[in-house]
Structure formats: C-alpha cells, structure tokens
Ligand binder design. Sequence first.
Ligand code: BGC
Length: 673
Amino acid sequence: MRRKIALISAAALVATGGAVMVANQASAAAGCSAKYTIVNSWPSGFQAQVDVTNLGDAVTSWNVGWDFGNSSQTISQIWNADKTQSGVHVNATSLSYNGTVATNGTISFGFTGAWSGSNPAGTNFTLNGTACTGGTTGGPSSQSPSPSSSNNNPGAPVVSLTSPTDGSSFTAPATVGLAANASATNSTISKVEFYNGSTLLGADTSSPYTYSWTNVAAGNYTLTAKAYNASNVSTTSTAVSISVTTGGGNNGTHVDNPYVGAKVYVNPDWSAKAAAEAGGSRVSNQPTGVWLDSIAAITAPSGSGYTTSLRQHLDNALAQGATLAQFVIYDLPGRDCAALASNGELGPTEIGRYKTDYIDPIAAIEADTKYSALRIVNIIEIDSLPNLVTNADGQAGATAACATMKSNGNYVTGVQYALSKLHAAGSNTYNYIDAAHHGWIGWDSNFGPSASLFASTAKGAVGGVNTVDGFITNTANYSALSEPWVQPSTTVNGQSVRQSKWVDWNFYTDELTFAQAFRTQLVSQGFNSNIGMLIDTSRNGWGGSARPTAASTSTDMNTYVDQSRIDRRIHAGNWCNQSGAGLGERPRATPAAGIDAYVWIKPPGESDGSSSLVPTGPNNPGGKGFDRMCDPTYTGNGRNGNSLSGALPNAPVSGAWFSAQFQQLMQNAYPAL
Ligand code: BGC
C-alpha cells in the first residue's frame, strides 16, 4: 500500500522518569488488585497481559511479582517492563518511562511465553511486595500484621477449582457450573469466591463450594476460586481456561469489539512461509490478514497461483478453534490509482463485475451458517477513499487514474456495495474501512475532508453508518505507533517540531495519537460512538541498533527530529519495502483507548512491490506492475519530497515472499523477539 506523505509523533507515552524503587514504607498505604489475561495461546506458546491497579499510595517505580502455575511456563519477551524469572516466580519491573503510578492508576504490560502441559494463569500477585488482595494494608492508621511462630497458627487455605475442567468449551449463552474444594489447617474456611479474571462472579460460604454462572457470552475466560480462612488469609487456586463459542445461526450477538476474547485465525499459508525461515517459528503462529486481492482468490482454482479458497480458509479457521478471521477486500475497479505496484484486474468502469463476480460471492460465503460461530472481519479497500481526497485533482500528488476514479464514482459505489452486502451477510461480520495513516491524512487539509468523505460514503450504503464497525490505519505502511520525543507539542529552541522537514506541519506524528483523534472526528461526522480503530503494526516496530533510546540533545530543529524519531524512514511518504523496518507490536485486543486491536494485516515478508520491471510470466503470474518507489535507486517525486525511496533491493512483485525483508523485520522487531 502506498502512502503519500508522512510523519510521526508520539502518542500516549508518558515519559516520566523515576527509577527509585519505593517499597511499602511503614507509613505508606499499599495495596493492589491484579488481572491476568491470556490474550492468545497456541500449542507451545502464549501471549498474556497483566494489569495491576495500585490501590495504595502513588509509587514512582514498581515491581510486580507473581507465580506461574507450573515450571514449563517461561517468559520469552516482555514489553513495557523488565523481568526476572526464578522457577515459577516472576518479577516485572518498571521502565524509565512508566514507573510513576498514581493511586488507582493501572500498571499494564504484556509478554509472550512458552508452556507445555497446561497454561494456568499467574497467581499470588504482589506490587512492591504487597499482596494484591483488592484491599490495602499499612498507612498511618493501620497496623502491620505480626507473624506468629505458633504451631497452632492457622494455615493458609488450600483451594482448587474442580469444575469446570481446564480447556472445556461451552455454547453461548452458556451456564457454567463452578465448584471448588477448600480447606485450611487449624482453621475453617469462611468463604470461597469465584472469579472470571479479576471480576468477582459470586461466593459460597459452605461446602460444597459452588456457583452457577449463567448467560455467559461467547469468549475465552480464565476462572479461579479464592478461599479465605477464619483469619481472612486467602489463597487463589490455579486458573482454569474455558471457551464459550456462539451457537448456530446468524442470529448471534454482534459485539462492540470483535477482538475481545477472540482467538484469531492463523493463515497456514503465511505461517508455513514464516516457519520455513531461520528463526521464523518465533512469529509464525501470529494471525495475519488474508488478502482477497482478485476474483480468483475467492475460489483458488488450480493454476491461479492461489492455494487456499475463502471457504477453505473459513474451514481451516473452524478447525483451528479460531473465533475470528480477517479478510482484506481489495479488488475495486481501477485499484491503486496513485501507484503501479498493486493495480488490480478490474478496469475503471468494471463496477458491475466488482459487484457480481467479487463482492456477491464473498458475501454469500460469509453468510453460510456453517461459519456463524466465527467473527469475520472485513478490511475494506485499502487506499481507495484516501486517494480520492489527496490524489484525484488539484494536489501535488494527483494522478489521472485517481481523477478518473473520482469522477466516475466507482470507488465510492464499490465501497458502498461492499459495506452493504458484507454487513448484511450476518451478525457475525464486521466491516473496517481503510483510513490511510497519519503521514497521509494527518494534515488538517486532509483530515476533515477524509472523515467527511468516509461519512458520506457510508451513509449511502444500505444500512448507513451501522454497516461500519470501525476503521483501520497504517495498513501495509510503516508509520511508528508512538513517537515519544517528537510530538506536535515538542519544541526546539522554542519552536514546534511541526516546522521540521520531517514533520512538515503535520498535526500528527504517530499512528496511535492519529487513530484516536481520527476516531473522534469520525464520530463527529455521524459514525456510531462505539466504532473502534485497528492499527496495522506488522512492520512499524523500528527496533534494532538504529532505534533512538533518548531524545536528541541537538538544538538544531532538523537534527533534533531526525535523531529523535522512532520512524527511521528517509521520508514518511516512502511506502515500499522499507529498509530498516521491524515487526511492530504483536497482534492483541484493546491495547489503548478507542483501539479495538493491533493487527498484522499486511503479512510480514510479503513484498510491497518489485524493485524492477518483471515481465508477466512465472515470476509475475498476476501481471503486477513496477512502481519506482520500490526501486532503491529512485530519487523520488513530489510526494516523498524528492527523496530516495528507501526500498530494499531485489524485491519480488507485491504479495510475493521476500525472504530478505522478513529476516530484516525479525531482526529489527520492536518489541524484540
Ligand atoms: C498486493 C496483494 C497482496 C497484499 C498482501 C498487496 O500489495 O497487491 O496482491 O496480497 O499486498 O501481501
């Protein structure tokens, strides 16, 4: 996907220093509650998120401790924290920028890890040494507990959840029967509480300890039982993971954010290519988008170059136990009007074929009740509407092809048709429209007009704005998620970095701030207030040795910005196979306010376009074109400030596997692999 101009900036990173560990001083109140969420799990690995709420006094650094349930569970990568692990015990500590946490503030970090046998949730959480019980201890008026060495000392409870069993699944709306065994030496059990994550479901004060959890919606849940002895000392059981899936029929609930609790489909075709690369198994289990980039992609007839049809992907997803699959709808007439690497099969006027040969068959397959237990996410037509805003007429980047698509109306008609039909396919389908990226529509002259065009387009669909669940930014682009040291508010010598050559007066400098602000703009234009944003983080990591670790100390504006920015591109308008890029945030749900998920829609390792002309033939069965933005020797045009393209050499045509790029992306991953 191409992109025009670009930028950076920083989002919600709070750069507060502080490295002094403040544990519980005698006079400080301390307390916390902890939530442990298994975001994704696969045969040998998992990704988890930890959220600890500080119920005590503010802290300036933190150390979150917990125990894994078995010794096979080890952390391989952690982000937003450092870690040490000794046996099953883990300590995660704050980084320079996130140590300060106010009373009732939340510490959040995530990690990937390995497991075998079972993968229970972490237990015995502590914050700076204080157990996370949901209350506080200490403080000026409270007494510290005095340990006793008496043999009659009441023992801590021993508790286990006996029902449901780990890994069991239910059909929504489900009734889940919970039961626990609990005892304590030299004491009695006063109550057993049952939890879903950190949410208390109910409690029982007498044995047998049970609770009936009713009307449970589809999703994955982590259940625990917490027993209290007569002295109010508590123990939490090993966690049990269950899944609840939707029943038959397209009459299931259309949820607000389909990524919450979802297990996202791993495309086996991409996964196999990734796994075949040295070191590729570190990421080959990640979910990526499936691109329906031609009519043949729907049925994958033999000789077409496609190996897996849409139906086969959906069948694979069911077989994987996935609950969400992501497809890219990408075949508009006159596709990719501002570039040459991904022009499509349909001519500018072939809107009829787009409807009957492309959208209708996809909608019919997605409507099959066989797939109604799957949430089907459709990413609608990358680059198309933004190209009408910035590249159709009058502007520096205008092309005749985009002017044609604006005047004949077929991008708008096609997107409206896709929204209408795919929304109507079932309550389990979700439409996200492509919204370019901050370095394209972040400038005021593009920001408002883009939101307005998206709104008028959606309002013309059958179903109107209700056909739209959200928008996606940065699809197949490289814009950094956050720019801690280059924000529009950052000044050098008293002047805003907006004046720098790199920022070029943009109002946004990174994707997270842009996506959140654009969401607000879209709602103000009439979209539903619960729309959510996706951000494609497949290739915006910019890690490795070239990543800045601190703000520049230069007092020269352009030097400061160029040394401080996370995005290492030559120009933010560069979009093809960028040299130096790395894998970005791993896919996960609800990473930030207004953001439904970080996703990997562009499959890492698939080329953006060939670095030289490739004749149609075995290396170019689809007859893909050659855009000089993919040629590393190209010195650019008005849309990239007449800069070098920054593209990697020896790239194959768009969509084809590009091993050197995949290796670079792993090498420069951030968070690192
Ligand atoms: C190409 C598609 C490909 C997609 C994902 C696009 O640039 O045009 O053919 O499926 O990238 O790699």
